[in-house]
Design a protein around this ligand. Sequence first.
Ligand code: NAD
Length: 248
Amino acid sequence: MRHQDKVVIVTGAGRNIGEETAKLFVKEGAKVAVVDLDDRGQEVADRINATNPGCAVFVKANVADEDSVKNMIAETVKAFGRIDTLVNNVAISDNLTIRECTLADFQKTIDVTLTSQFLTCKYVGEQMIEQGDGGAMVNIGSTSGFKGRNSAVAYCAAKGGVANLMRAIASQYAEYGIRVNSVVPNRIGSPVGKEEFDPDRFVTNMLHRPGRPEELATAVSFMASDEASFIYGENLFVDGGYSAEMNG
Ligand SMILES: NC(=O)c1ccc[n+]([C@@H]2O[C@H](COP(=O)([O-])OP(=O)(O)OC[C@H]3O[C@@H](n4cnc5c(N)ncnc54)[C@H](O)[C@@H]3O)[C@@H](O)[C@H]2O)c1
């Protein structure tokens, strides 16, 4: 199996893309730390363990907080002994224009969406370097990091940062055998920060339908696997062709 006996951290795995990603890694042989700020992560871990006993642990963490990130790593290592793969999936959106967005709104979105990826890559990287046999990191981006939008000023800035932070980290970790890449969604099921899947969500992609969280999970799994061994510092767009097509 693709991820047999690998230990994987998936942040924001309490629902949607993160949840499906955690489930897929377990299906492919991994042990997973289901990381979330919300206790819904415990339910995801319970559901996984119901069919694959001992394969998931819920780690409650705020990935925007340095001590909490260090604790997340310690808890994962305590449960499973090491870390092979990090999936940075947490983000929040401000959904505000620059005129509406206060400095506090802006900083909160940057902290949770961008600074969190700096913190987790930094400290999980230290753990991987200490282990001495490499690893993989997949940072979830967004098409909002590649185009301007008429809302979500802080989220667009944060996701733009996510894209280039990933390239810099990829370049700096390559010598340790740690591969760093991004998967870039657009309009996957429910909007960021929302619970419910909306099959009628407005989309402008080639398929005229929103993506499904499972369709992101398969891309993340591939990018984290040895099959992607020559892919470094890359943004894999998983967006139903949205970015490839000129609209209007
Ligand atoms: N949903 C989409 O259409 C879409 C489109 C483009 C990009 N993305 C990206 O995909 C990723 C997942 O999106 P989603 O829609 O599944 O998100 P979501 O809002 O459904 O789930 C995010 C999870 O992260 C958790 N979380 C929030 N802040 C946290 C923190 N500080 N520490 C730990 N956990 C925290 C939440 O509790 C939640 O369970 C994000 O990076 C998002 O930017 C999503």
